[in-house]
Design a binder for this molecule. Structure first.
Ligand code: SF4
Length: 71
């Protein structure tokens, strides 16, 4: 089974952040864009209650690999 098939979901106010582990390039763009929401040293590492949906969308838009998506 490929890691691409592992998708974790993090519900926000009116959106859901999806993260595909196998696609993550660990570039850290999301962490730099919004370290309150994206913090790999914490569990869960994505916490959607730390920012508005607009801020989350902005950070997800900086993911270069497609690992992060909004649904
Ligand atoms: S921006 Fe995308 S590829 Fe980079 S660490 Fe975050 S989820 Fe992974």
């Amino acid at each position: 089974m490929s890691d691409d098939s592992i998708t974790r979901e993090y519900p926000g106010q009116e959106l859901v952040v999806e993260w595909r582990q196998g696609l993550c390039a660990h570039s850290g763009n999301c962490v730099r864009a919004n370290p309150r929401v994206f913090n790999p040293r914490r569990s869960p590492w994505i916490q959607t209650d730390q920012a508005s949906d607009d801020e989350i969308r902005e950070a997800v838009g900086r993911c270069p690999s497609g690992a992060l998506r909004i649904r």
